[in-house]
Design a protein around this ligand. Structure first.
Ligand SMILES: [Zn+2]
Length: 452
């Protein structure tokens, strides 16, 4: 049982909520109640967000790519360093880094993660004896932390638009269609040993890393479950795809695949107004990663047009250069304000920006990771976060202002408790396994840095 002084449920703000959990789901809700002995008592209870896009290993590179070299640094020079880095990572290090990342996500208020997993093989491209070795490492990190995992093995077959062969830095990512299908089967085995809310989807990496025939084939084989794809992150990618396929990436995908609510289009950054409207109508989720998109210089998302047409969105921490839910949401809004030279952009008509961002990302993230409705209601997964409204950033605010305070004025330290499908992993602001996970990470990084 959880007792919350205030809570945001599917019907709005309520006071003195008592909530029963059963088998990872919310089985009853009662308002106007009093706390009972044995209840976990919290201040403000919210639906916890899904972090819909992560490459966990990239967390270990944070701070190593912020030095300007002669010439213009870009996404593509960042990617070169990332490739050199991935050549050194061992399975043990990958697991230790993922555990740290998942722990940090939970402490920031995320209950679940979409791990877009493309490190599959040994550094020279030879598969491990167990084809799913590294999927197993991700699953072990999820098990260790209790986060809800939607594991997304990546199909990555080409080094660039037009079926360019993989380069050596991409050897660990590569699979033929057949081997990819075997890998997904193996991933289903390892994720099948996790709690029921954990699951497997697929992720064709991008249009540039696959080809139309392979994409159609893989979608036919894996016709249920989430489908995630990087779509239009960089202007060069849009130009390359346009030249090769005769249409811009989002335009081409909407014309050539049955894009629906199973889909999540990561970095739908560079879209024309028509693409923006058509994508909004598809009911797919736009997977926005504002901190990473700012860090990599990708550009801002076309938020106003997308929301006007009912577009769905969620947020992800992608490169994990910084894992912060509050920072992710405010960076999204601030990117819009800086472009439009305006305030309060990410809402249609009138309303609270914090509520639009938070509740929109809760619903969209849950949809993208197949975790239900993303709200507090009977029958939904118990993905819950508690925050402390006595924090100085929030103490003067009324209920209807709390999400604005959370998004624009607070830091992640306001998170006191977090449940992933009922697993109570964060208590009093700390992950219950924090000390051990941090010690493992430090030792993994020491061995990694001595090898670089
Ligand atoms: Zn990504």
């Amino acid at each position: 049982m959880i007792f919350a002084k205030q809570a945001l449920t599917s019907t709005g703000w309520v006071e003195n909520l008592r909530l029963t959990l059963s088998q990872g789901r919310i089985s009853s809700l009662g308002t106007g109640e009093t706390a009972q002995d044995g209840d976990t008592q919290v201040d403000v209870l919210l639906p916890a967000l899904a972090n819909l896009h992560s490459h966990s290993f990239q967390r270990a590179m944070a701070g190593m790519t912020e030095y300007r070299k002669a010439g213009k640094d870009s996404f593509w020079t960042w990617r070169d360093l990332m490739y050199r880095f991935t050549k050194q990572l061992s399975p043990e290090q990958i697991e230790a880094i993922a555990a740290l990342v998942f722990m940090e996500m939970q402490e920031a208020g995320y209950a679940s993660v979409g791990e877009f997993h493309y490190l599959h093989h040994q550094p020279d491209g030879t598969p491990y004896d167990d084809l799913g070795e590294l999927s197993g490492r991700i699953a072990a990190a999820a098990s260790d932390t209790g986060i809800g995992l939607t594991h997304l093995p990546v199909l990555y077959s080409y080094g660039g638009a037009g079926q360019v062969p993989l380069e050596s830095g991409q050897a660990r990512f590569g699979n033929s269609l057949d081997r990819f299908n075997s890998l997904v089967e193996r991933a289903r085995d390892v994720v099948g040993a996790l709690p029921d809310d954990c699951q497997v989807g697929i992720a064709p990496h991008s249009l540039r890393a696959t080809c139309p025939a392979d994409l159609a084939a893989v979608l036919q084989v894996h016709s249920v479950g989430p489908v995630h794809i990087h779509i239009a992150e960089q202007p060069k990618e849009v130009a390359d795809i346009s030249e090769w396929l005769g249409a811009r990436p989002v335009e081409w995908l909407l014309q050539n695949a049955d894009v629906s609510q199973n889909w999540c289009l990561i970095h739908a950054t560079h879209m024309t107004p028509t693409e923006t409207q058509d994508m909004a109508r598809s009911k797919a989720v736009a997977g926005l990663c504002p901190i990473t998109e700012a860090n990599l210089g990708d550009g801002p998302f076309n938020g106003p047009t997308y929301l006007e047409h009912g577009g769905r969105f969620g947020v992800g921490s992608d490169s994990n250069v910084l894992i912060s839910l509050t920072e992710e949401l405010r960076t999204l809004e601030y990117s819009q304000r800086l472009r439009d030279v305006a305030r309060n952009v990410m809402v249609v008509g009138e309303g609270s920006i914090g509520e639009t961002l938070y509740c929109g990302a809760a619903r969209g993230g849950a949809q993208a990771l197949h975790r239900g409705g993303g709200e507090i209601a009977v029958g939904e997964l118990a993905d819950l976060v508690a925050i402390d409204s006595r924090d100085t950033a929030l103490c003067a605010l009324q209920s209807h202002q709390l999400l604005d305070g959370l998004c624009f004025a607070a830091r992640d330290r306001v998170v006191t408790d977090l449940w992933s499908a009922g697993r109570h992993s964060v208590k009093a602001g700390r992950h219950v396994q924090r000390d051990r996970i941090v010690a493992n990470y430090r030792s993994a990084m020491a061995s990694l840095m001595s090898a670089l």
